[in-house]
Design a protein around this ligand. Structure first.
Ligand code: OTD
Ligand code: ZN
Ligand code: ZN
Length: 347
């Protein structure tokens, strides 16, 4: 059956977003809020968001940064550190501030220096989360520099996640931004306990894109894009209609100057084009009828929240992707993710 020329679905949510703070927040919040009704806000600020009061204040700043005509609900997360306080975790969940907590293995990605050095050091916190019904969101990469960067996700599944799911059988876990066929298989093997988010960029390109015609820093993020066979596994998973996989853009803005330099930051800023790229991927796979489940239904079900009642409509007409978004004050900008093929869907 040919693809439709337009698609109306329930308003989607983004289950993995970096909105930053201050001027970066001012530049970015509108782009996520235009597309999504709710978003899980990552806590990797400097310093990280570890206390209920900090998350509540950050939520207020986000709400103020979103234009008043957009309806948007930030869902806050706690950054887990060694010795994470079980009482603070349970309190924040009961008070309706935390929706989940985030596990960064120390030094795995941007602003993760305060992350967890060993799972034993968060066992008490994880027990409290298990009791409180609070999901754990995992950056699934080992940080051992002796492990090849392209193998770090698969090794994490073997060395860390396998033991974690056994030790905390009642803990709901999201394997964030999966990038490998092993990640897909792990999520599929634990349908009751695990969910997996998939980004638009990992669906769009493989690792060759980083080096096509020269080094291209705007395609660099962590976990790094893998071989084509892994991208194809992600596309199969996202479009499979399995309730275990849902939308998480991992939009991670850095100013253009901090990406285009000798040691550029990791992160892809895809918020202005996210739904359009997902629609393109589902259309290419001939599975547009499954976009709503991935974007608007599976995530709420995993988190125990109702789906949104509003609807959005996407049209099969090319999008003029902006090159940059200005950061107010200081003359800097953020380069927007451009897939290598034109984006054929727009609002
Ligand atoms: N990956 N950059 C960032 C976060 C993500 O691992 C992630 O979730 C960031 O800049 O915060 C990135 O490449
Ligand atoms: Zn991550
Ligand atoms: Zn992220």
């Amino acid at each position: 059956m040919p693809n439709p020329t337009s698609l109306t679905i329930r308003r989607p949510d983004d289950w993995h977003v970096h909105l930053r703070d201050n001027q970066m927040l001012a530049a970015c919040a509108v782009h996520t809020a235009r597309q999504f009704a709710r978003a899980i806000i990552m806590p990797n600020l400097v310093p990280p968001v570890t206390k209920v009061a900090e998350a509540s204040a950050y939520r207020d700043r986000i709400r103020r940064a979103v234009p008043a005509d957009l309806k948007f609900e930030p869902l806050m997360t706690c950054y887990l550190t060694d010795g994470a306080d079980p009482v603070e975790l349970a309190r924040g969940k009961n008070e309706g501030v935390w929706v989940a907590a985030k596990l960064y293995p120390a030094h795995a990605t941007t602003n993760s220096a305060h992350g967890v050095t060993s799972m034993d050091k968060v066992a008490k916190g994880l027990e409290a989360m298990e009791k409180a019904g609070m999901p754990l969101l995992v950056h699934g990469e080992v940080t051992d520099p002796d492990v090849d960067i392209f193998d770090r996700e698969a090794v994490f599944l073997d060395k860390v996640l396998t033991a974690l799911v056994k030790r905390h059988p009642g803990l709901k876990i999201v394997l964030e931004h999966i990038t490998t066929k092993e990640g897909v298989a792990f999520v599929e093997a634990h349908p009751k306990q695990l969910g997996g988010t998939i980004t638009p960029h990992h669906l769009s390109y493989n690792r060759n894109a980083l080096f096509k015609g020269g080094i291209r820093p705007h395609f660099y993020c962590l976990p790094i894009a893998k071989r084509e066979e892994h991208r194809l596994a992600l596309r199969r998973a996202a479009t499979s209609n399995s309730a275990s996989f849902f939308l998480g853009t991992d939009t991670a803005p850095h100013t253009t100057d901090t990406k285009e330099c000798a040691c550029g930051c990791a992160g892809v800023f895809n918020a202005p084009v996210a739904m359009q790229v997902y629609a393109q991927v589902f259309a290419e796979e001939g599975k547009l009828d499954r976009l709503e489940a991935f974007a608007s239904l599976n995530g709420p079900r995993f988190y125990g929240l109702p789906p949104n009642e509003e609807r959005i409509t996407l049209h099969a007409r090319p999008m003029d992707v902006p090159d940059r978004v200005e950061v107010p004050g200081g003359g800097k900008d953020i380069t927007v993710f451009h897939p290598d093929t034109p984006v054929g869907w727009s609002f």
